[in-house]
Design a protein around this ligand. Structure first.
Ligand code: ADP
Ligand code: MG
Ligand code: ZN
Length: 500
């Protein structure tokens, strides 16, 4: 479904007349084995309603117990975001009815989140660093999932709805920024860069698989506009569940243009949630935004305050992994690449993939080459993020290894990579199944022949002059280069053909 076409102001005009203000709310599903307040497993994709118990479906008399691992992860996230960790924080009930929420309230944190007042520095495409201030990171539980059957998948027009409570009670941390001001024309880019940097950070912390496509990282983008020179923020809209980095950028830019047109025509922006439509990059009105009062927050009576002792917090701080920006600086030195090259690698989301590929045994040059050219093209044509390609750094390293060993030419290696991307299995298996080894491949031999000839111009001249016997030295070099896997007679034919 797409939104009814709204009036949009030209982007440049928006920037001339208005200053955008952003607020980003990111929900991250923690990768704990069990749920936030019960021992149910959290495995993604299990059969509906097989991972539920009396606590997470809210049967009367059941009592929640907070998951220590989830608290540890929340603290880890808070520390990595330069937040203060509150020595004592409480859970609160956020009351509202929706069928995907069996208790009729969500256990969340309200006025004393476990982590608060931090920041995350993000690098923009021109190399400048933008500091995003973090308001809070708090713990809460996820809701279940509704599946609207019939119609186009939305509740309106559906025949009936199915409910799966497997996700109900999965631990979440919600990370909320302070209002981001002053970004001007770069607001959409700042939004995207922030979510991207946050995703990288969360991944490095090993607290979540941060799969936007599976909903383990979800972003709500708040946008408002101020007329140039105004001192008060305008009314914001909150575009919900924007599920890819690109969509974050598109959604923010769209809301800026839509709100500007509304304001320009003398209208008012309505404080509401909005749905984002992936297909055409538009948003449409959702529900009028509740205020905090509507939720009747009150302290959760069944859970004691969370009081992590300072020694434990210090222990978690000491055990933080190398954070992405520290790692990047180190890696850049190790690889010896310029700021500009490094920035490009960051922008295409290739750094961690390259690092992992190098860790799996490939050379930095080969790993870089694969991710920024061939695999980047594949990601582009398959319309997925580089990191979401169906090939792992280990598989890429294996393929590079096969090329290094002379078992595959670059061309063949690319075929193998495409087969992996198409779900045909492991590289070695694909090579075996398809008989792709280089010995049967003339073009690979040709390359080795050309190289050997180029390296021995005097011998090449002799062969060209008719001294066929001189070809022996070249054949020997090619055999060495192909680790004996080539057929010497065929190599000789190729050498002579190349010189005639
Ligand atoms: P809600 O309960 O409505 O989701 P939150 O406080 O969780 O509210 O998140 C609101 C987000 O919007 C925060 O990131 C906040 O900084 C940001 N924000 C607040 N006011 C504005 C505004 N006028 N324009 C844009 N963003 C705003
Ligand atoms: Mg919120
Ligand atoms: Zn349960």
């Amino acid at each position: 479904m797409t939104a009814a076409t709204a009036e949009l102001m030209d982007y440049d005009q928006v920037i001339d007349e208005f200053d955008p203000v952003l607020g980003l709310e990111v929900h991250v599903e923690l990768g704990t084995d069990t749920k936030m307040f019960c021992a149910c497993p959290t495995t993604f994709g299990a059969d509906p309603n097989t991972q539920v118990c009396s606590v997470c479906i809210g049967l009367p008399g059941s009592l929640p117990v907070a998951n220590a691992k989830a608290i540890e992860y929340a603290i880890r996230i808070g520390l990595a975001l330069n937040c203060s960790i509150r020595p004592s924080s409480t859970f609160a009930r956020k009351n509202y009815f929706y069928p995907d929420q069996p208790k009729n309230y969500q256990i969340s944190q309200y006025d004393d989140p476990i982590a608060y007042d931090g920041h995350l520095d993000v690098v923009l495409s021109d190399g400048t660093t933008w500091r995003v201030e973090i308001e809070r990171a708090h713990m809460e539980e996820d809701t279940g999932k509704s599946l609207h059957v019939g119609g186009d998948g939305r509740i309106h027009g559906a025949d009936h709805s199915l409910l799966d409570y497997n996700r109900a009670g999965v631990p979440l941390v919600e990370i909320v920024t302070k209002p981001v001001t002053g970004a001007g024309a770069r607001a959409p880019e700042v939004a995207r860069a922030y979510v991207s940097a946050l995703r990288d950070l969360l991944k490095s912390l090993d607290v979540s698989d941060v799969r936007m496509d599976q909903g383990s990282l979800r972003c709500d983008a708040n946008v408002s506009l101020m007329r140039k020179g105004a001192t008060e923020f305008g009314t914001r809209t909150e575009t919900k569940n924007v599920n890819s980095l690109k969509s974050v950028e598109v959604a923010v830019a769209y809301e800026m243009r839509r709100q500007a047109a509304v304001l320009e025509s003398g209208g008012e922006v309505i404080q509401e949630t909005r749905h984002f439509h992936e297909a055409d990059g538009t948003t449409s009105a959702g529900r009028r935004k509740e205020t905090a009062e509507d939720y009747r927050y009150f302290p959760e009576p069944d859970l004691p305050p969370v009081q992590p002792d300072s020694a434990w917090v210090a222990e978690i701080a000491a055990a933080l992994p190398e954070l992405p920006w520290v790692r990047r600086a180190r890696i850049q030195t190790e690889w010896g690449v310029s700021d500009e090259v490094m920035r490009d690698l960051v922008n295409v989301g290739a750094v961690d993939l390259i690092i992992a590929t190098v860790d799996a045994g490939a050379s930095p040059e080969a790993a870089r080459g694969w991710w920024v050219s061939f695999l980047a093209q594949q990601a582009n044509s398959r319309e997925v993020e580089l990191a979401d390609l169906a090939i792992t750094p280990a598989q890429v390293a294996t393929i590079i290894g096969l090329v290094d060993e002379g078992k595959l030419t670059t061309k063949l290696a690319q075929q193998v990579a495409v087969a992996v991307l198409d779900g045909e299995g492991e590289p070695e298996q694909i090579v075996a199944d398809r008989g792709l080894e280089v010995v049967r491949d003339d073009s690979a031999l040709q390359k080795a022949v050309d190289e050997a000839l180029a390296a021995n111009p005097d011998i090449a001249d002799k062969i060209r002059g008719g001294k066929v016997a001189a070809a022996g030295k070249i054949v020997g070099d090619v055999m060495k280069a192909t680790r004996g896997q080539a057929d010497p007679a065929r190599v000789k034919e190729l050498v002579i053909a190349a010189c005639s």
